[in-house]
Design a protein around this ligand. Structure first.
Ligand code: SF4
Length: 362
């Protein structure tokens, strides 16, 4: 396992003649994974919209004018019902996303902890993506039975500044570091098609691969350009870029589960098959990915049948965590107020989208 990839080396892999790249990635894939097994995750938006951040790709940012309807935090019972549905249609993991800048101790976080306990008891892997978290919050999630925490790096450190101005790259790395102080696995990846260069894609992979240990799962998203967001005009990413990105990720992070995430509705089955061949071994299932469209689960199961793929069982890569009930918890709410950064720069297209939203609302 290498953690010292340089951007030049990764770029050289990314730009290899495609057949060489595919062959190399597929060979490495077979050394660590069963190529016929694909891990299936269901993503639930447990709290939608109204986010104070300015991520240029995201329709949930309160400052942009999009069609997304906000929702308060779901109840534990609602989440349990959706998790059971996901389990019966072949998902081994439920990933719960809340549109928060960072987690705050209090009744809402306590409710999320209860959701984690509930889903873990259904013998499914539980993942959360809740924004930035402290070490104590990471321990509380671990005690509840969390299997994975998602926190994407999104892009290279350089290009990150062109997309998000309300927090810094180091904040992302610090949250990942906090998760690493527990037994929760790390899920971290990014998005292509935001206007970044191939160098930026390589830069993101260098940042991910240099984490030690490397993330246990890495989502590769293709931007879904949503009207009203600063990136609304971006053209869909080509399948060839997607295949190259998946293959390069597989080569520099041989053990990670590479997840085909947002943007699958824009991909043909042939395109997705090429991604599986290149080393993708996970998908998000369900007709919605937080707020953007995703293929129907029945269509995915048909595709699996066609390609001879099967959904992976839960806890194949790591044992199921134990759930500690709230009353026996060693880690209590500390009510911390961590100083997550607010970098002092403006992104022109984010500012324009914010002004357009103000005008539309007035
Ligand atoms: S990506 Fe997450 S943090 Fe960024 S605006 Fe959307 S919900 Fe908020």
């Amino acid at each position: 396992m290498r953690h010292d990839w340089t951007k030049e080396e990764v770029l050289e892999i990314y730009n290899k003649p495609l057949m060489h790249l595919l062959y190399e990635a597929a060979t490495i894939h077979r050394e660590s994974h069963n190529p016929n097994q694909v891990q299936v995750s269901t993503l639930l938006s447990i709290k939608t919209g109204g986010c104070p951040e300015d991520c240029g790709y995201c329709p949930q940012a309160a400052r942009y004018h999009t069609d997304v309807e906000g929702n308060d935090l779901m109840s534990v019972q609602q989440v349990k019902a959706q998790a059971l549905r996901a389990k019966s249609s072949g998902s081994s993991r439920v990933c719960m996303g809340a549109a928060w800048r960072n987690v705050k101790d209090g009744p809402e976080f306590d409710q999320v902890l209860e959701m984690v306990r509930t889903i873990n008891k259904l013998d499914m892997e539980v993942c959360c993506t809740l924004g930035m978290i402290t070490e104590n919050q990471a321990h509380r999630l671990a005690e509840a039975g969390l299997y994975a925490y998602n926190h994407n790096l999104d892009s290279s450190e350089e290009y990150y500044k062109e997309v998000i101005s309300t927090r810094g790259y180091q904040d992302r790395l610090d949250t990942i570091d906090n998760v690493r102080k527990t037994n929760v696995t790390v899920c971290s990846g990014g998005i292509i098609g935001m206007g970044e260069s191939a160098e930026d894609r390589a830069g993101m992979l260098v940042a991910l691969a240099s984490l030690s240990p490397q993330p246990e799962s890495t989502p590769i998203n293709a931007l879904v350009a949503v009207e009203g967001t600063p990136l609304e005009e971006q053209q869909p990413v080509s399948i060839w870029d997607m295949v190259r990105m998946v293959a390069t990720t597989r080569i520099v992070m041989p053990q990670t589960q590479v997840r085909l995430s947002a943007g699958r509705t824009q991909m043909t089955r042939e395109g997705q098959a090429m991604c599986f061949f290149a080393g993708a071994n996970s998908i998000f299932a369900g007709d919605k990915l937080l707020t953007t469209p995703n293929p129907d689960v029945n269509e995915d199961m048909e595709m699996f049948k066609l390609l001879g793929l099967e959904p992976m069982k839960p806890f194949v890569k790591k044992a199921q965590p134990e759930t500690v009930e709230a009353q026996y918890s060693e880690y209590k709410a500390l009510g911390e107020k961590p100083k997550w950064t607010r970098p002092d720069h403006k992104i022109e297209r984010n500012e324009e989208a914010k002004l357009a939203a103000k005008a539309a609302k007035s």
